[in-house]
Write a protein that binds this ligand. Sequence first.
Ligand code: GCB
Length: 602
Amino acid sequence: MRRILTGLVSLFILNNLCAKEIPLVSNIYGRQSISLNGKWNYIADPLENGYYDYRLKPFTTNGFFENKKAQSLSDLVEYNLDNSPLMNIPGDWNMRDANLFIYEGTVWFKKDFKYTKKAGQRDILYFGAANYDAKVYVNGQKVGEHVGGYTPFNFDITDVVKNGDNFVVVKVDNKRAKDNVPTVNMDWWNYGGITRDVMVAQVPDTYVEDYSIQLKKGFQNIIEGWIQLNSQTSGQSVIVEIPELKVKQQLTTDNQGKASFELKVKPIFWSPENPKLYEITINKSDEQINDQIGFRTIETKDKQILLNGKQIFLRGISIHEEAPYERGRAWSKEDAAILLTWAKEMGCNYVRLAHYPHNETMVREAEKMGLMVWSEIPVYWTISWENQNTYENAERQLHDMIYRDKNRCSIIIWSIANETPHSDARDKFLGNLSKYARQQDNSRLISMAMEVTKAPDNMNKLTDNMNEYVDVISFNQYIGWYRASNEEARLMKWDIPYNKPVIISEFGGSAQQGLHGDKTERWTEEYQEELYIRNLEMLDKIDGLSGLSPWILVDFRSPRRQLPGIQDFFNRKGLISSWGIKKKAFYVMQDYYKKKKAEYTK
Ligand code: GCB
């Protein structure tokens, strides 16, 4: 009888081995972890043969996720992940396998890893991002799925990971679809793959899941914060320390597993001139988390943006998450350092990270280098405004962007959309998203990149209803490229009927680096240079102009850009070529920012 019972109990346990997606573990880089970066085997699977049977039903057994091997010479197994080619992860498959350059579909990835389990610890499998749909399996068991190409996700794999040898299989699918976010149509490369860091973090059974430590809104001398455990455990003691500020605060969690605090201290402000970060530690008896956090205030007053109470001008540049020197999707510290150093050389104090959340390292490096950040979700162009699932997808991406980076003082603006066409459904969608953004974080500014309505007599009007929802009016305009000539820029007038600061989130034009000619000749460096000169003259006159982020720092890959010999599938609006050489217009911006800096430090 006893034996039968024990048998039943173990059967029950086996059937309930549960691994699942869990709320993001904040600051994954500040935790104990092992990296799963490096070589992964992969199989491109355009027919999704490893996922569906020949009747197109998903396999419950026998899918590639089982990572099966023939056990005898007579066994039929028509794949072998172990013998399949290797790819470096993080990395997009487009640039790592010439056959997959324009591939959109499924690729299976597999990595073997050795692991040491520890009693009383949970094991969390974390992905910085995978584009677009990732189904994740550990030791043949599905642990979860994630949708969205630019946000992190993690799974509690404690019940499925073993001491010793393990394997993880990920099915990544980057097929575009109308109802996705972004949708089918965009002006950047749809790089597929596991594009950011992968790791297994080890945390105590009850761990600090999330925390926030920032200046209290409206105060320069009160730090406000909270710590949230992964379970509703009350009476847990947690200590927050900021040694440099002589802060050592003992906290006790309430019955929600949360502990909040306020500290009266006057930190040195973080700013572009002095990007001061404080070492912070959060200690629980069995856990220590380290972070570097800066403190600053950001607000608007009429048409001004105030950083730490002082009016600033955002000397910015837009950046895609693309590695310099034509190396595909950027992800590393080195990529971030090159891109951001170029921005600094131009004289920037601000970067627009377009058109989706960039990797966490990029945001952290920007912070260390004194660059303020605009961070955005890929609600771009013609999203399916009427579709509730699309809305939920966008909201989730917005949530995850804010969640991951809420302690990054470099981020001053959350952007929730780019160049979206007017309709009632779109207004409702964006209105709800902006309300949601404010609920998640009311300490930063909200914006979205809008378009201008052309009116008679060279008048450019801002008529978008969404302007009511934002703190900063921002719009993209392409006079000299898609509309009017460079010469006509001087005739343009602007009607911006809001008492809010204005940012030009994009302007620019293309040039092929090294192509020279008359300033009226398209694609030459001289044309682009002239466009920048005329646009700056024109934009400088806008009342309330508080910043610019021209389009764009570096040429980037885009399937929309097909002109042979010039574009060759690159958007050439970069101020730096895809091979890293500065174009003439770079220096126009550099001069302009030098003047702006002097003007604002008077
Ligand atoms: C835009 C878009 C950006 C494009 C750019 C262009 O307005 O926001 O994603 O790449 O124009 O080059 O046309």
